[in-house]
Design a protein around this ligand. Structure first.
Ligand SMILES: O=C(CO)[C@H](O)[C@H](O)COP(=O)(O)O
Ligand SMILES: [Fe+2]
Length: 227
């Protein structure tokens, strides 16, 4: 997985049909997804529960692009090897998930994955100031994590600060939560390059009507290109 700053749309399968992940992943990729975003929730760090490493491993053969795994779990460290074995390309941990995010990022890279760090809306950009050389992606949450379909929280000032802090390092800025054609240009203009979108991609479509996913992805991409 090589670094580039072009806009990438990463549909979140949190909004897919949970009885049909394989087909859903193949459909969004066929319809133009650049990455596939996988939300892991533990019912403890966030008030919702999704799936664990065995399910993520089962998704792997269906993902031909980049499997971007967003861990909303605490603790993280005991599970890093399991997600490496599951085939995650990017593994993102929350800075709020424990006292040793520096060690966690080292361990993620040590296990052969790209290391991501996520920031809740209430966490300032400065929380990652000493982590920039250990991270490949900073995920700026634009909702409080736990659920799809929530209203976008404006974090453009934080995105601008991060873009300045990152300088010319090869670090992606990913935006997660409430991204749709109306919010995408704001975050891209502020410096984001990876746009996660769950409800805005899956809304109105299905594996029997996958062209709707394609139209939804295209609308986000077109809106982002106006930034
Ligand atoms: O991490 C997440 C929630 O915690 C999801 O990735 C995010 O909410 C995407 O869903 P939507 O685009 O519907 O907001
Ligand atoms: Fe996510």
């Amino acid at each position: 997985m090589s670094f580039d700053r072009s806009i990438k749309i990463a549909p979140s399968i949190l909004s897919a049909d949970f009885a049909n992940f394989g087909q859903e992943i193949r459909a969004i990729e066929a319809e133009g997804a650049d990455w596939v975003h996988v939300d892991v929730m533990d019912g403890h760090f966030v008030p919702n529960l999704t799936f664990g490493p065995a399910a993520v491993k089962a998704f792997r053969p269906h993902v031909k692009t980049v499997m971007d795994v967003h861990l909303m779990i605490a603790p993280v460290d005991p599970y890093i090897d399991a997600y490496a074995d599951a085939g995650a390309d990017v593994l993102t941990a929350h800075v709020e998930a424990g006292p040793h995010i520096h060690r966690t990022l080292q361990a993620i890279r040590g296990a052969g994955m790209k290391a991501g760090v996520a920031l809740n809306p209430g966490t300032p950009a400065e929380a990652v100031a000493h982590l920039l050389d250990l991270t490949d992606l900073i995920c700026v949450m634009t909702v409080n994590p736990g659920f799809g379909g929530q209203k976008f929280i404006d974090m453009t000032a934080k995105i601008r600060s991060l873009r300045e802090m990152i300088g010319d390092r090869p670090v992606h800025i990913e935006i997660d939560g409430g991204v749709d054609p109306s919010t995408a240009p704001l975050v891209v203009e502020a410096g984001a390059d990876v746009l996660v979108a769950g409800s805005a991609v899956f809304r109105g479509g299905s594996v029997d009507a996958p062209q709707v996913y394609g139209e939804n992805i295209r609308k986000i991409r077109e809106a982002a290109s106006t930034a």
